[in-house]
Ligand binder design. Structure first.
Ligand code: ADP
Ligand code: MG
Length: 333
């Protein structure tokens, strides 16, 4: 029906990073304490996401790859009022599995006998095998040969370096948003970063961006009367000293109600606060969390890119600008 159609239309796997995003979200939704992401050749050959979340029994593993199957949605209202879980379309595994070879190994947390896990293989949209297996509690999803059966899509993939950069950005965003989860990323047998899952945002920034960036971060903490009038209830996180900058906007990690999204108003507010302190085409390192009532934000602008818009973009821009500017001012900047 309508909900399903709208949901399905928004779900497209564009590149390895889109698959990584969906798999990591599923792991976080499953309440994992650790999420380990391994990719080969920028994710085009292999994506493996292993978590220690609640896992699935055999029936759930089978259901997980079925079309329109989700354990997370009631109806379209849930989408608009801002859902608590990250996944909300019930399409990801099915869609990814229709353009790759997927293996899922999962074992529910409460199963204690050996062989209590299930291994399911899924290829080009068909279940090709289900068997019991011994595996740790949690879930391991492997996606091999993405777009092997859609050469036109495969042709649009960029270089390994570019595809990996997209994957890195996605995993980085979730690592920063979840300092209480140990998130690691490995590319072609090289560990790119690993957070401990035991630290705060500063510790996660250190693990991801390194000591130099982490030590140049300035805390932002504004709510209530600290903010000019507008829909945002609070703005918090870390922003970098203007001298610690990069020439790419990918270091702007912004979150609305805990979800990694981009919004023009937010980006403009941040850049406005720095003003001329950033040279030319430079961007700061930013990890900024915005809280806003669900009704003030439109999450359906571009579901794939995770772009959002606000009913009152102008006020949001002013609020973000003010929050970041006062943090910089406190540091004499
Ligand atoms: P959605 O996340 O939108 O519900 P998905 O296709 O991503 O849809 O996943 C389908 C279902 O499979 C989820 O609702 C969840 O019940 C189950 N699932 C997927 N990945 C995991 C995981 N890593 N751990 C536990 N359950 C999972
Ligand atoms: Mg999902």
């Amino acid at each position: 029906e309508d909900t399903v159609a709208r949901i399905a239309a928004g779900e497209v796997v564009e590149r390895p990073a889109s698959a990584v995003k969906e798999l990591v979200e599923n792991s976080l939704d499953a309440d994992a304490d650790s999420v380990d992401v391994t990719v080969e050749e920028g994710g085009t050959e292999l994506i493996r996401v292993a978590d220690d979340g609640r896992g699935m029994g055999e029936a759930d593993v089978r259901a997980a790859v079925r079309e329109h199957t989700t354990s997370k949605i009631e109806g379209l209202e849930d989408l608009e009022s801002g859902v608590a879980t990250l996944g909300f379309r019930g399409e990801a595994l099915h869609t990814i599995g229709s353009v790759s070879r997927v293996t899922i190994e999962s074992r529910p947390r409460d199963a204690d006998e050996t062989g209590a896990g299930t291994k399911l293989t899924y290829e080009g949209g068909e279940v090709t095998g289900v068997e019991p297996t011994g595996c740790p509690e949690g879930t391991i999803v492997e996606v091999e040969d993405l777009f092997y059966n859609t050469p036109a899509r495969r042709k649009f993939l960029k270089t390994t370096a570019t595809e990996f950069a997209h994957v890195n950005r996605v995993v980085t965003r979730y690592a920063l948003a979840n300092p209480d989860v140990a998130v690691s990323l490995t590319h072609d047998d090289r560990e790119v970063f690993a957070t401990t899952g035991q630290g705060d945002l500063q510790a996660a920034v250190m693990a991801v961006y390194g000591r130099e960036v982490a030590s140049a971060m300035i805390p932002v903490e504004a709510d209530g009367d600290d903010l000019p009038p507008g829909p945002l209830e609070s703005v918090s996180g870390l922003v970098s000293h203007p001298e610690t900058n990069r020439s790419s906007p990918e270091y702007l990690a912004t979150y609305v109600n805990g979800r990694a999204v981009t919004a023009d108003a937010v980006r403009e507010g941040i850049m406005g606060a720095y003003g001329a302190q950033l040279g030319g085409d430079r961007y700061p390192f930013v990890t900024l969390f915005l809280e806003v009532p669900g009704e003030a934000v439109d999450v359906n602008v571009h579901p794939r890119k995770r772009e959002v818009r606000f009913d009152d973009d102008d006020s949001v821009r002013r609020q973000v600008d003010a929050a970041v500017e006062s943090a910089l001012l406190e540091h004499g900047l």
